[in-house]
Structures are given as structure tokens and as C-alpha cells.
Design a protein around this ligand. Structure first.
Ligand code: M6R
Length: 613
């Protein structure tokens, strides 16, 4: 949610910290700060707002001579949980002596009790945050060895953390640790970086070590000493990041979101490549690690996810039922462990998460494992906690998704679950011929997306026409019902327009009361099953004077008389229509938000990865 970056090594510390923060800004961004250490003291600067404010403050207060003296530093971008976004609540936090500085992601659940105990010992707290207790606890536990003090402090806290710590007493090291919040170490030549997300360090090194929960690492410019918080040595492999820094840059587009929308022919090709076996009409998904016997034994699919990933799961419900004849249901991950879900012996649980770090989805994974389910993960971020904890699953290979609004991850999730359903279907009722024909359809997806993107200018002019509306409805049926939900979510998160997604048939059970001239309805009227019925629903909207914007299939003019404007997508089967339609709606939201002058890549109040409940 928030972002952490740290650096120790041969280069100037502060520019690297600032560069890392800028790359992490998409994770959380109401305030930011750095602490850097020369041989004598820690200098800390914090500001509210964007990282550029921090940059200005640093330029104004630290001379270039001072800058070159720093040996190590840590930095943070914050997305407020405990305490308002103020300078004092921003990280890093220091103890009373100012000799220990800490940046923290996660939530310390017992911070009130710890704070009271430390207050009684004379500690004085400046902020309203839970995180500040960590700095004070470390100071309290310090007895000449920073790593031991950090371990001792963390053993007293309950909750989740990814932390990076520096101390005046040990100016040539950083100590980092994690439980529930990611920390990755970038291994360079005589320099080391730490971050909560590889995008902060990829410009410097592609060799990384992903910490596991309860790992603690002492990082110097020459190496990494790894152990558990309980001081048991552990060893972790050095992994290689397989994407380039250019993937995390805008590449000439005005916004990351637009770039990511236009990247979808490639991201989908990457999701599909090497995973289709045309000869027998099935998918090769070796990461699932199912034996044929295990495949056939699966009796139910439960999909757990949040937000856009949950909408992808809702599309997949249809895939699993139609193609594999398997009962499938989506669980809102946040409810999963509180509902006592029924997991039968052969239930396959699919945790869907772009980031692989969403707290609620991770909790669902743990609950499902506890209940004996076969749990798989569908993640985009390689090495993410959900990918590791499930141990089996499928990566999306969509490349880094920087825009807070998820776009290319959604379409890849849908495509990958279509492949999963194909594979499960082929182990059941789906014939070789039907399998082969679906393989052909899946292979066509990148081309279909190219054809959808070719309509971007028309979509832009329709979007701009409606950009001043303050309320929208999105309606769909069947395969396109979840896409209506996703379209509405996309619009509200980046344009701040109130938008509701509904099953088209539900409209008349209440929401229709809200329809009037000022409330446009986006109706998903593609030429697949259910079209005639949605035309009826569009007429109901027109009768209430709501302008109707239809999404319809190229060449199908039966829609034109029932809509004020029509967005065209290429003809495709019901299985791939959710993908083309979602792309058209992503463009629509983008152009509405851009016309309204919104901060598209970093919408207010949102963070890319929600690592708190
Ligand atoms: O990383 P995840 O896929 O687990 O994230 C789930 C949601 O937080 C995420 O999809 C969110 O809804 C996006 N902002 C939607 O654009």
C-alpha cells in the first residue's frame, strides 16, 4: 500500500531514494519522507503530498556537500491508515534520541498497548501512527546490535509489517524484515537496495532476493546476512527480474493507464504464449501442477478476490460452468474467512490478485488451505506472497501495472481463467473439436484487442460528450454482467463520477427510479446470447429519458435505433467478448476522466495494492 525504499552503497543515497519513491508513488501517496545517515547523525525530511514536494524540501534544506556524506538511507511514501496525512505522521519515524529511523508498511495491531508501556518508560510519541512504536521499541531493545534489537522489537508486535531500519550506531548497514508486507532486496555490485516493490530498484539491478514472512536481513553494501526473526539462519535464492525499466515508464503516453490499455495485445499474447496445445485442443498450465487424476477429482471451483480481480472471477464463474460443467462461485475475499465458507474435499480455490499482496485475498488463501482446499494463485507480480503461499498457480505475465486502475491485469486474468476452464473442460465433457475451436478463439484474442483499440478515437469522442454527467449506470447480462460492474468501477475510480453496475434485469427492481435525462446508461449489447433482452432493457432506459450508450458488435446495426451512441467492438464469441468489451470500457473511462482533468494514474484515496484489511 505504502512504499518503502532503502539504499546503501557507492552512489549518492538521496537521489536514489527519491527516484525509488517516484517509482513507488503509485502505491500510496499522501505524504513521503526520507532519513539518511552520515557517520554522526540521521537527517530526516518529510512532506505532505507528492514526492516532488519532498524533492523541493530536500533541495531547499540540504546542501550538496551534506548530500554526499550520507552512507545509507531509507524512504517511504505513505497512504494514511492511522492518523491523517500530515508531516508528523509521515515516515520515517524516529525514537526520542533520533538515533533510530524506521519506515514501515502494514499495521501494528497492538500499538496502543505498546505505546502505553513505552510512555511509562519515558518515551514520548510525536505522531498518531501505529508505526512510530517500532522505532521506540528498537531503541528500547538496543544493546549494541541493531539486528538483534530489530528482531526483539518485532517479536513484540502483532500485525503485519515490512520494515527498513537504520541506526546511528551502525552507519554501514540497514536492517529489513517482513511479515505480511513485501520486502525485496536488490543485489548490486558493492551496493544494495531494499524496496517494497521491484519497480523501485529495477533501474539499478535485476538480481533480487524476496524476503519471506519472518525473515530478517542485515544489508551492507557488500552482502546480505539472512536469518529469521528468531535468529535461525535462512537462505533465499537470488531471482532475476525478467522485465526492463522501460516497462515501468510511460513510453510517450500521457498516462500509465493509457499505455497499459494499449499494451493489451502484447500482455494478452504473453499470457497465452506457450500455453495452447492445438493438437489436442487444451491448455498447458504446468504451474497448476495437477495430475490428470487430481484434475478429474475437482468437484467445485471457488474464486476469491477483491475489486477488479473479483470481477474477473465473476466472468470465470461462467467459464467453469459452461466449459467444465463445474459449480463455480466467487467469494469476496474480505468475507471469505468470516463466513465459514463450505470447502468440500475436492474444492479448487483460485485466489486472483494482480499484486499478489492484497491482505484480504491472502487471508482467504490461508483460510482455504487451513480447510484443506487445493489452492492456486493467479498473480501478476512474480514472487508475490500469494504466489509463494499457494505454491501452485499461473502468472499473468502482463508486465508491471503501474496505473492504479487495473486494466491489462483484468484482461489477462480473464484470458488465463478461460484457459483454465478449457483445461478442466477437456478433462471432462469438452470434445477435442470443441477444445481446438476454443484454442483458435483464444489465439485470436490479441488481434481482437487490436481491433477494439482501433476504435479509440470514436470512443474518445463519445466519452467526451458525456464527461460532464455526474451519475452513470452500466448494465449487462450473462458473460457481460461482470463487465458492467468492472466498467462502472473503472469509471468511478478514475473520474470520481458516481457509477453503478447492475445486471440489466435488476434495473427495474429499484434503480430505475434514478433514471432521468442527466443519467446516462452504458448498455452492453454485444451480439451474443441475451442481446434481445438487453435491447428491451435499453428501451426501458430510453423511456425514462436516460441517454443510452451501447457497446455493440461491429456490423450489428440492430442496436442503433435503441441507443444514442454506439461503441463498436469486433465480433467474437461469448468467451472473448468480456475481454474486448472491458477494453472498450477502459478507454471510455480513461477519456471521460482525462476530459475532466483527473489525476488518472493516482486517483485520490486509492492505492495500487491494498495490504490492510
Ligand atoms: O492486486 P489485486 O488484484 O489483489 O487488487 C485487488 C483490488 O484492490 C484492485 O483490483 C482494485 O479494485 C483496482 N484499483 C481496480 O482498478
Amino acid at each position: 500500500m505504502c512504499g518503502i525504499v532503502g539504499y546503501i552503497g557507492k552512489r549518492d543515497v538521496v537521489p536514489i531514494l527519491l527516484d525509488g519513491l517516484r517509482r513507488l508513488e503509485y502505491r500510496g501517496y499522501d505524504s513521503s519522507g526520507i532519513s539518511a545517515l552520515n557517520k554522526k547523525q540521521i537527517t530526516t525530511i518529510k512532506t505532505v503530498g507528492k514526492v516532488k514536494n519532498l524533492q523541493h524540501e530536500i533541495n531547499d534544506t540540504i546542501s550538496s556537500d551534506q548530500l554526499s556524506e550520507f552512507t545509507v538511507g531509507i524512504a517511504h511514501t505513505r497512504w494514511a491508515t492511522h492518523g491523517a496525512p500530515t508531516e508528523v505522521n509521515a515516515h520515517p519515524h524516529l525514537d526520542d534520541s533520533g538515533k533510530f529511523a524506521v519506515v514501515h508498511n502494514g499495521i501494528i495491531e497492538n500499538y496502543v498497548a505498546i505505546r502505553e508501556q513505552l510512555n511509562q518508560k519515558g518515551h514520548r510519541f510525536l505522531s498518531e501512527t501505529d508505526s512510530e512504536v517500532i522505532a521506540h521499541l528498537i531503541a528500547e531493545c538496543f544493546d549494541g546490535d541493531l539486528a538483534q534489537a530489530v528482531a526483539a522489537a518485532l517479536s513484540k508486535v502483532e500485525g503485519t509489517f515490512g520494515v527498513a531500519v537504520i541506526a546511528v550506531a551502525e552507519p554501514s548497514k540497514m536492517v529489513v524484515s517482513r511479515r505480511g508486507s513485501p520486502i525485496v532486496i536488490g543485489v548490486g555490485g558493492r551496493e544494495m537496495l531494499v524496496a517494497s516493490d521491484v519497480s523501485a530498484l529495477i533501474s539499478y539491478t535485476k538480481n533480487v532476493i524476496y524476503l519471506h514472512d519472518n525473515d530478517l536481513a542485515v544489508v551492507t553494501c557488500d552482502g546480505v546476512d539472512l536469518r529469521s526473526i528468531n535468529n535461525v539462519p535462512v537462505s533465499r535464492e537470488i531471482a532475476k527480474i525478467d522485465w526492463d525499466i522501460s516497462a515501468a515508464e510511460k513510453g510517450g503516453y500521457e498516462h500509465f493507464m493509457l499505455k497499459e490499455i494499449f499494451e493489451q495485445p502484447e500482455s494478452l499474447a504473453n499470457a497465452i504464449r506457450g500455453r495452447m496445445d492445438e493438437s489436442i485442443g487444451t491448455a498447458i498450465l504446468s504451474g497448476l501442477r495437477f495430475t490428470p487424476k487430481e484434475m478429474i477429482e475437482i468437484s467445485r471451483v471457488t474464486l476469491a478476490a477483491c475489486g477488479t480481480s473479483m470481477h474477473a472471477g465473476m466472468v470465470a464463474e461462467y467459464f467453469f460452468e459452461d466449459l467444465a460443467n463445474l459449480p463455480a462461485s466467487v467469494e469476496q475475499a474480505a468475507e471469505f474467512r468470516y463466513r465459514n465458507p463450505i470447502i468440500e474435499p475436492n474444492t479448487l480455490v483460485v485466489a486472483i490478485s494482480q499484486s499478489g499482496e492484497t491482505a484480504d485475498t491472502l487471508a482467504a488463501v490461508r483460510e482455504a488451505k487451513q480447510k484443506g482446499a487445493v489452492v492456486t494463485g493467479l498473480c501478476n507480480v512474480v514472487g508475490a506472497t500469494i504466489a509463494r503461499e499457494t505454491g501452485r498457480g499461473i502468472y499473468l505475465h502482463a508486465g508491471p501495472e503501474i496505473g492504479v486502475a487495473s486494466t491489462k491485469a483484468f484482461t489477462s486474468q480473464v484470458a488465463v481463467m478461460l484457459m483454465m476452464a478449457l483445461k478442466l473442460g477437456r478433462s471432462r465433457r469438452l470434445s477435442v473439436e470443441d477444445g481446438i475451436s476454443l484454442v483458435h478463439e483464444i489465439n485470436k484474442i490479441p488481434e481482437l484487442i487490436r481491433a477494439t483499440l482501433a476504435h479509440s478515437e470514436e470512443i474518445k469522442s463519445i466519452a467526451e460528450k458525456y464527461a460532464s454527467a455526474e451519475n452513470f449506470f452500466y448494465i449487462g447480462r450473462g458473460y457481460l454482467y461482470p463487465v458492467a460492474l468492472e466498467g462502472a468501477l473503472k469509471l468511478k475510480e478514475i473520474s470520481y463520477i458516481h457509477a453503478e453496475g447492475y445486471h440489466a434485469a435488476e434495473l427495474k427492481h429499484g434503480p430505475i427510479a434514478l433514471l432521468e435525462e442527466a443519467v446516462p446508461v452504458v448498455a452492453l449489447a454485444n451480439d451474443i446470447a441475451g442481446k434481445e433482452k438487453i435491447i428491451g432493457n435499453m428501451q426501458e432506459c430510453c423511456a425514462r429519458k436516460s441517454p443510452v450508450i451501447a457497446v455493440a458488435t461491429e456490423g450489428d446495426d440492430s442496436i442503433d435505433n435503441h441507443a444514442n451512441d454506439v461503441i463498436r467492438v469486433p465480433a467474437s464469441s461469448k468467451f472473448t467478448t468480456p475481454i474486448t468489451t472491458a477494453v472498450a470500457l477502459q478507454l471510455f473511462s480513461y477519456y471521460v476522466a482525462n476530459k475532466r482533468g483527473c489525476e488518472i494514474d493516482q486517483p485520490r484515496n486509492l492505492a495500487k495494492s491494498v495490504t490492510v484489511e
